[in-house]
Write a protein that binds this ligand. Structure first.
Ligand code: NOJ
Length: 713
């Protein structure tokens, strides 16, 4: 297909139509797809609808084929519609939520999950997924932390890259692959006070160093689309921010794909108070380089007038249409407009046993053992258990953003414990202590171990799910008190989509963070509880002691008055709690015990064009095999602008047999030691650095070296 000559045959109205994205409902009114208020209010005529360029959300192959067929019959130019949807952590086979995937510290798992999600989703005729969401966040009040990869730019970049590679696999032209859309550009994960959609105001220095890298990683991995963010970014709505979208995204980051707005975002520019008419919004957006307008009609209604009046050149519209047509071409839609949509294939592929088994394998690496006093876990199957709490008989373990996953097909914890041969003396659902009577308490006392299956509901995290209180909802903490009062060992299995305030929960003897692990959550969790597998997840976000510490993150700056001891009153501290988090980034226990020793650098002085080799000896000092996540951090001791007290620069997830010792090697190059200035230019500052290695960000095992100013050409 010659895209340029196709473009020249289109009228301005047809070109503007390519920029419009609508829900399937518009094309076929009796579809079951839900249409939110903003879409219903668009007030489009029948003729308008058949000019649209893409579709948001589709249910299955039958619907896709029906919509595409009708569209192609009715449209003059017969350019196929492109179908997009939120395939976030699985299609029908659901994988752990992204923050849980990040906890695995094993990006290849995110790649596998994305690959299967793409294979399944494509059978419904979906071509583009609105994923991965790579917004870094330091604020667990924000409900969408469940959908991202945590607080650290390096970790999130690894997962961003892996997800894009998984979705797009060996090319978006091939059947079974989806085009990825990195979102939300930019800095959507930093809304003030953790309230979704709220204002974002950050220094460019913070942006380039801590928020931009995961977008850049996804783009470098070849993502074909980028979605704009709802928030303002330094005073301008990101969705019409020319500096952000043209200069940074397209200029600095080298993105040449399609930019799509978030849902209804152009209309919302008026609500932001930046324009009073949609016509002005259309001008701002096209000047900023936005291509597709999701669920609003600024472009569709006003681009032609703006061009006719000479306010904007036709070239701006042509540029956007060209990018959209090029994407359709790359997807192979001109050759096969129904690409992927195959009801028969769907029945063979979707929820295939291999996919479910992979989901379970991945889930096993995503739980984080937060606490395990007196080695309560792993739990021998001969020890009797009592199961209490809201998640005993609950199958809603898919988590938010899993709209095609039917949670009713998931096994419950109760069922999985029974199926795997555990001795269950009681399994009773309840939210708080008052749901359990005297007889229940007597039964609890007969169990060897009490397991409290607690947490947020799946819909308490996700979009528009911000919270100011991060304790367990519905008075569930009373369950832990009740269980503790029996004098029996208490294990908490904790379901949530964000870091919670754990004070009460940590009074239990053992706590396993289960997040929302998807289709095979229960089976994976039970196998981890009984030691069939060894937990190996690590925290991708800091857990605060209380909400007042937020934002709290490991890679903070030192300040001029850091807290060191109690003698100086005028230092950066609180009167009521220490500066320490409840649990730090990178923390996570194992049933094995790992010792680190003999950390060595191959040189004490490193020239700028040399590689520094760091070696450490790690020993599994236990009879339990398992993975250790070996983490490498640096600190640049003298630098302008200032650098954080620690920065993750590498990690390796390594398997150890019982009592096995391994020599672990990391390499650092000068570019790994660099930081961005406020214009986004990487700067390498010679000087003294500390390098740390260990099993978490609070490691103190370190060595010092000097980066010398030689070797620069
Ligand atoms: C709004 C969300 O912010 C975005 O992430 C999502 O892709 C769109 N809705 C479409 O569902």
């Amino acid at each position: 297909m010659n895209i340029q000559s196709l473009l020249s045959t289109l009228t301005i109205e047809e070109k503007a139509g390519q920029l419009l994205q609508l829900a399937p409902f518009f094309f076929i009114k009796d579809l079951k797809v839900e249409v939110a208020g903003a879409l219903r209010a668009l007030d489009l005529s029948e003729a308008d609808i058949f000019l649209a360029g893409s579709v948001l959300g589709i249910h299955d192959a039958k619907e896709m084929i029906a919509v595409q067929k009708k569209y192609l019959q009715r449209s003059r130019h017969k350019i196929p519609l492109m179908f997009m949807a939120d395939v976030i952590h699985g299609y029908e086979t659901i994988f752990p939520i992204p923050i849980a995937l990040a906890s695995s510290f094993h990006p290849d798992l995110a790649k596998k999950a994305a690959r299967i999600a793409a294979l399944e989703a494509q059978t419904a005729g979906i071509h583009v997924t609105f994923a991965p969401m790579v917004d870094v966040s330091r604020d667990p009040r924000w409900g969408r932390v469940m959908e991202g990869f945590g607080e650290d730019a390096y970790l999130a970049s690894c997962f961003s890259r892996a997800s894009v590679e998984g979705f797009q696999h060996d090319g978006i032209g091939k059947e079974g692959n989806l085009a990825a859309c990195v979102k939300h550009f930019a800095a959507y994960g930093a809304p003030e006070a953790g309230r979704d959609y709220n204002t974002v105001d950050m220094s460019m220095h913070t942006f380039y160093n801590h928020y931009a890298p995961p977008y850049q990683a996804g783009i470098k991995a070849g993502a074909h689309l980028v979605m704009t963010a709802f928030n303002t970014f330094n005073g301008i709505p990101a969705t019409v921010h020319q500096g952000l979208l043209r200069d940074i995204l397209r200029g600095q980051m080298g993105f040449d794909g399609v930019v799509i707005t978030d849902y209804d975002a152009l209309q919302q520019v008026i609500t932001h108070g930046v324009a009073s008419e949609l016509k002005d919004v259309a001008r701002l957006a096209i000047e900023a380089g936005v291509d597709i307008e999701m669920a609003s009609t600024a472009y569709f209604r006003y681009l032609k007038t703006l061009i006719d009046e000479g306010v904007i050149p036709l070239a701006l519209l042509d540029e956007a249409v060209l990018r959209i047509l090029t994407l359709k071409e790359k997807l192979g839609l001109f050759d096969n407009p129904f690409k992927g949509a195959d009801a028969l294939k769907a029945t063979q592929r979707v929820r295939h046993p291999d996919h479910l088994a992979t989901s379970e394998r991945i889930a096993r690496e995503c739980t984080v053992l937060l606490k395990n006093d007196h080695q309560v876990l792993p739990l021998d199957k001969t020890r009797s258990i009592a199961l209490i709490g809201p998640y005993v008989n609950e199958s809603s373990t898919n988590g938010n953003w899993s709209w095609h996953g039917d949670h009713r097909l998931n096994e419950t914890l109760h069922h999985a414990f029974a199926r795997k041969g555990h001795d269950i003396v009681m399994a009773k659902t309840g939210n708080q202590a008052t749901d359990y009577d005297r007889q229940d308490i007597d039964t609890l006392k007969q169990a060897d171990v009490i397991i409290v299956c607690a947490g947020e509901q799946a819909r308490q995290s996700g979009e528009a799910r911000s919270r100011t209180r991060l304790d367990l909802p519905d008075g569930q903490e009373t369950l832990i008190k009740m269980a503790k009062a029996t004098g029996k060992p208490v294990v908490v299995l904790l379901f949530c989509g964000r870091p919670l305030v754990l004070k009460e929960i940590l009074k239990a003897d053992a706590v396993m963070l289960c997040w929302f692990l998807g289709s095979r959550a229960a089976s994976a969790i039970v196998d981890l509880v009984n030691g069939t597998f060894n937990p190996s997840g690590r925290l991708p976000m800091t857990f605060p002691q209380n909400e007042g510490q937020i934002p709290i993150y490991y890679n903070h700056l030192n300040t001029g008055r850091p807290y060191r001891d109690e003698r100086n009153e005028y230092v950066s501290k609180y009167l009521d709690v220490s500066n320490d988090p409840q649990l730090s980034f990178g923390h996570g226990l194992s049933y094995a015990r790992f010792n680190y020793e003999d950390m060595r650098l191959d040189k004490e002085v490193m020239a700028i064009n040399e590689t520094l080799t760091i070696t450490v000896t790690v020993t599994n000092d236990s009879q339990q095999a398992g993975h250790e996540v070996i983490q490498l951090y640096i600190r640049d001791l003298v630098s302008l602008p200032v650098r954080p007290v620690k920065e993750l620069k590498g990690f390796q997830k390594v398997w150890f047999d019982p009592a096995e010792t391994k020599s672990i090697v990391f390499e650092l190059k000068a570019k790994d030691l660099s930081a961005f200035d406020q214009h986004g230019k990487p700067q390498i500052e010679p000087g003294t650095f500390d390098v740390f290695v260990g099993g978490g960000s609070n490691t103190t095992l370190s060595r010092r070296f000097v980066l010398k100013d030689v070797g620069i050409k």
